[in-house]
Design a binder for this molecule. Structure first.
Ligand code: DQA
Length: 142
């Protein structure tokens, strides 16, 4: 199946960004990890720091992708626009967070995207992306 992996703001700064929380590996390492664990799927990787650009990318996925894995980063907690875009295109979606947002500040504990996503995987680091791809593959792969 074709899976679109979307990473939101500041995830391009992995490695530099709060390494005690997010790890020492950079975004390129994350991309290599996802590509190495794509379970035979065709995976496209996308990162943006801009909410509207992420909305545009989700809209363009309509009829072009069978599944979405998204770490909306800070937009998780603020973006009705990203939630609405996911609902509009209706593509099966898994939400991923490197950290366990349920154990962090109160403002991180609400996720708009989880109102649409079939599953939320948190606190598993890079492995969370593989688990998301595995979930979509088992449920929707042919
Ligand atoms: C994050 C958690 C968010 O609260 C934060 O804003 C991020 C990354 C995670 O992967 O743990 O940027 O989505």
């Amino acid at each position: 199946m074709k899976i679109l992996v979307i990473n939101g703001p500041n995830l391009n700064l992995l490695g530099l960004r709060e390494p005690d929380l997010y790890g020492k590996q950079d975004y390129k390492a994350l991309c290599e990890f996802i590509n190495a664990n794509s379970l035979g799927n065709e995976v496209e990787l996308f990162q943006s720091n801009h909410e509207g650009v992420i909305v545009d990318k989700i809209q363009s996925a309509y009829k072009n992708f069978d599944g979405i894995v998204i770490n909306p980063a800070a937009y998780t907690h603020t973006s009705v626009a990203i939630l609405d875009a996911l609902k509009a295109v209706g593509i099966p979606t898994v939400e991923v967070h490197l950290t366990d947002i349920a154990q962090r500040e109160a403002f991180r504990q609400h996720s708009f995207v989880s109102l649409y996503a079939e599953k939320q995987i948190k606190g598993k680091g890079f492995d969370g992306y593989t688990q998301a791809i595995q979930y979509l593959t088992e449920k929707y792969g042919k």
